[in-house]
Design a protein around this ligand. Structure first.
Ligand SMILES: Nc1ncnc2c1ncn2[C@@H]1O[C@H](COP(=O)(O)OP(=O)(O)OP(=O)(O)O)[C@@H](O)[C@H]1O
Length: 609
């Protein structure tokens, strides 16, 4: 017999279980049944796909309660584990992000949402047990089985189990009942039945106790919606997603005819912590005629809808279909296209009929959905239809369609400005004329916004136009007098002086109160994009922008007069530099040499006090 230590993270999680931070202790049985069901799926799959020789004619889960000995055993005749797998799977926590969550959990103490974010799985048994035994034998291996035992403290013991049958049995030595602490008598058959019915009814293998089968085994996706309660759907959602929060929306699909499939999809109510991590699990579960084939099937749903959870059950695929074949399968591609359409139309329904749910959806998943504007050109319009954006028109986000309805007489483009935050964008000098003349501007502050706006030329025939880019001709300023003539020598002077920093200097229609601002040329990439490319290691030449001046600002007027009087004035180049630096600061940009700017400014101020 060996005694081994739990890995540090596993130990921490166990501590939390032993001290039971979680009030619903019933779920330990759900977790054990869920693991047993997975093990049965795996065995069946191994015989179908890897040619493993094993008897799969009577796959089932057995529960045995002994109220004298105060034990509860959950047994399956599934795939089982080798000695090394027991050490690896039960002694450690492999999932990424767990450490981070543990820290949060400790701070939050009682918080089911957080726990739900990582399947506590097998360890949840220690909420109700003072000792847990696991005996297992891997299907298709010669030799001994393995016995594992622990009291949930720092260590576990591991030993040979010569007579173990194929599969796994977990025996929980129950703690004394303490109903005040929500610790029920889990050796009581009624309690067991209640828990199985409530949490595991849909499990597709029989869960037996004595001669009785406790679950209906009905595949939830095959049952008409009207016959399934919300609670049943929610339990199923938990089983497949390990998310504790109830889903926001349930989507049923059924296709008949040449290619039959059924799907049950969920829009979660909360983004998982790893939504933007590359290695996160994603994809749907694939079944073929009620037989589980694989988890995380990425072929069924595009990456930008990776938050969608659920099951697809296809009737006409081969049971031993592999991931490689899936990628090329025409039927799978067709299902995927249909699922995308259905998910997008469901979001549209939320937008039109349930603003509150839609707001939750958009807050949690809008950023991910917008990635589709780049990757899924077929559905670009449909994605834009269900997207909403912050706007200068009010606190509530707006659709593009609603924006277009509010457009002013003569306005042809949809105006937007990107930036880091709403405040920064709203106070940007670029906004001035638009605000003064009452034009609505969309405020785009997600990093992905910088990218998709480049990929989407228009919406409903209306061009998307950045107000920090190119020339903007606001219809209202067509009749304004153009003071260009007087300024020509100053503009030339500034252009020469700021040659390093800007590609052009010109007068502006954008400004009402600020002296100057910087804009990008129509075809150039924006500074934010440039920064992103840099961060990704793609160095390019620096893209110069255009300095625009407000001819009606006293500083600009004064500068023009000073330059006219004495073009050789030694202070003029410094003023030019200060003007450029101020424009950069106003839009939230980074000065190349802040110390130099501060010194120039301090010298100038010193002369005025
Ligand atoms: N009855 C079982 N038969 C075979 N393997 C099992 C069994 N129970 C657990 N395991 C193995 O141990 C691993 C860890 O189980 P645990 O319940 O802690 O987490 P999980 O099931 O992977 O995650 P989650 O609880 O989030 O579903 C499982 O992934 C599985 O490989």
């Amino acid at each position: 017999m060996e005694t081994l230590e739990f890995q540090a993270e596993a130990r921490q999680l166990l501590q939390l279980m032993v001290h039971s931070i979680y009030s619903n202790k019933d779920i330990f049985l759900r977790e054990l049944i869920s693991n047993a069901s997975d093990a049965l799926d795996k065995l069946r799959l191994a015989t179908l796909q890897d040619g493993l020789e094993a008897d799969t004619s009577d796959l089932h889960i057995e529960i045995e309660a002994d109220s004298e000995a105060r034990t509860l055993t959950v047994r399956d005749n599934g795939i089982g584990m080798t000695h090394d797998e027991v050490v690896e799977l039960i002694g450690t926590i492999a999932k990424s992000g767990t450490a981070e969550l543990l820290t949060k959990l400790k701070e939050a103490k009682e918080s089911p949402e957080l726990i739900g974010q990582f399947g506590v799985g097998f360890y949840s048994t220690f909420m109700v047990a003072d000792r847990v035994e696991l005996v297992t034998r891997k299907a298709g291996t010669e030799g001994h089985g393995t016995r594992w035992e622990s009291a949930g403290e720092g260590t576990y013991s591991i030993d040979d189990a010569p007579d173990a049958p194929i599969g796994t049995s977990v025996t929980v030595h129950l703690r004394p009942k303490d109903e005040e602490d929500a610790l029920y008598d889990y050796a009581d058959e009624w309690k067991i039945k209640e828990i199985v019915k409530r949490y595991s009814d849909f499990i597709s293998f029989p869960i037996k106790m004595g001669d009785e089968t406790l679950n209906s085994m009905k595949a939830l996706w095959a049952r008409p919606r009207s016959e399934v309660s919300d609670d049943e759907y929610h339990q199923f959602y938990r089983h497949i997603s390990h998310d504790w929060t109830d889903p926001l929306e349930i989507i049923n699909m059924k296709a008949e005819g040449t290619f039959e499939y059924e799907a049950l999809l969920f829009l979660p109510a909360r983004a998982p912590h790893d939504l933007f991590q590359r290695d996160a699990q994603r994809g749907l579960q694939l079944y073929v005629k009620r037989v589980f084939i694989m988890d995380d099937s990425k072929e069924l749903i595009p990456d930008y809808l990776r938050f969608v959870k659920g099951v697809v059950d296809a009737a006409d695929l081969s049971l031993n279909i592999s991931r490689e074949i899936l990628q090329q399968d025409r039927h799978i591609q067709m299902i995927r296209r249909r699922l995308v359409k259905k998910v997008l139309s469901t979001i549209k329904d939320l937008l039109n009929n349930n603003p509150e749910k839609y707001a939750t959806f958009w807050r949690e998943f809008g950023k991910a959905l917008k990635e589709g504007l780049l990757n899924d050109s077929d559905n670009q319009k449909a994605i834009l239809d269900v997207s909403t954006f912050a706007s200068t028109a009010g606190a509530e986000p707006t659709t593009l369609a609603a924006y277009i309805e509010r457009m002013k007489e003569g306005q042809e483009d949809i105006y937007y400005l990107t930036g880091d935050s709403r405040t920064q964008v709203e106070n940007s000098p670029h906004m001035e004329a638009f605000q003064a003349q009452g034009y609505e501007v969309l405020i785009l502050t997600d990093p992905v916004d910088e990218i998709w706006v480049e990929a989407v030329p228009d919406y409903d025939g209306k061009k998307l136009q950045s107000i920090a880019r190119g020339n903007v001709d606001l219809p209202a300023d067509k009749d304004e007098p153009q003071p260009e003539g007087d300024f020509a020598p100053l503009l030339t002077f500034l252009k020469e002086n700021l040659e390093e920093q800007v590609k052009d200097v010109r007068l502006s229609h954008r400004l009402t109160t600020s002296a100057a601002c910087l804009v990008s040329d129509s075809d150039d990439i924006t500074p934010a994009l440039e920064k992103m490319y840099r961060a990704m290691g793609q160095e390019g030449p620096r893209v110069k922008r255009i300095l625009e001046l407000n001819p009606n600002h006293p500083l600009v007027g004064g500068l023009r007069a000073a330059h006219e009087q004495n073009a050789a004035d030694g202070g003029l180049p410094e003023t030019a530099e200060l003007l450029y630096g101020t424009a950069l600061l106003a839009e939230g940009g980074d000065l190349e040499d802040p110390a130099r700017f501060a010194k120039l400014l301090a010298d100038r101020l010193a002369r005025t006090v």
